[in-house]
Design a binder for this molecule. Sequence first.
Ligand SMILES: C[S@@+](CC[C@H](N)C(=O)[O-])C[C@H]1O[C@@H](n2cnc3c(N)ncnc32)[C@H](O)[C@@H]1O
Length: 234
Amino acid sequence: MPAAPSPKLSAAPDEQGGPSPDILAAFEAAKGFMPTDEGLALYAAAVEAGRLGLPLLEVGTYCGRSTILLADAARRAGVTALTVDHHRGSEEQQPGWEYHDPETVDPEIGLMDTLPTFRRTLHRAGLEEHVVALVGRSPQIAALWNTPLGLVFVDGGHTDEHAGADYAGWAPHVAVGGLLVIHDVFPDPVDEFTGQAPYRVYLRALASGEFTGVSVTGSLRVLRRCGTAAPAQG
Ligand SMILES: C[S@@+](CC[C@H](N)C(=O)[O-])C[C@H]1O[C@@H](n2cnc3c(N)ncnc32)[C@H](O)[C@@H]1O
């Protein structure tokens, strides 16, 4: 059977510099967890960071909802979006947990596999050529990484172990003037639904003195790397 051609979505930004209605509709139609207001804040950060001419990296692809926005911002900037995931799901997405979606289970092996859905999402949005998917564990990939990044978006595992390792592994690669974006930051334990590890990572970034707060939208926090020193390599 011939492959379905990638649709030609209109990619012209809207009047405020946000995503085109087609790209926004693709984001909203994709499986995932990010509300639209946070998606628009992520998009604005990615467009701004794209001006550095460096790749934009996401930890936590899932089915590609937020990746659509990073990919479109990368396309506009002429850079590449990178997205890291082992595609086996986070703790709260496993069978029996609140955020489990049975459609994400590979029936042959009985484990979650969000990679096929992610690939379909990106194909339907016409953005495949702007994205490199890195399939594996975030700390293992970060340990091999040696390229400065314009933006790092942390939306992977929500335990202290995983969120802390994502920060330790990827934040050093954010270039001076680049942005660190953290999702699911809940300062009040009453609002938490997947734990407060991302909030602790946010506090850690601020306390390091290496990042300064830029914006708050829902549970999304944008920080900028300050200073003039070159980012750590390797
Ligand atoms: C909250 S979801 C990401 C949601 C996505 N950004 C969106 O907008 O829909 C978290 C993802 O992180 C992945 N993940 C969790 N821990 C990881 C790790 N240590 N390494 C790689 N991926 C991980 C899970 O497989 C899951 O797909």
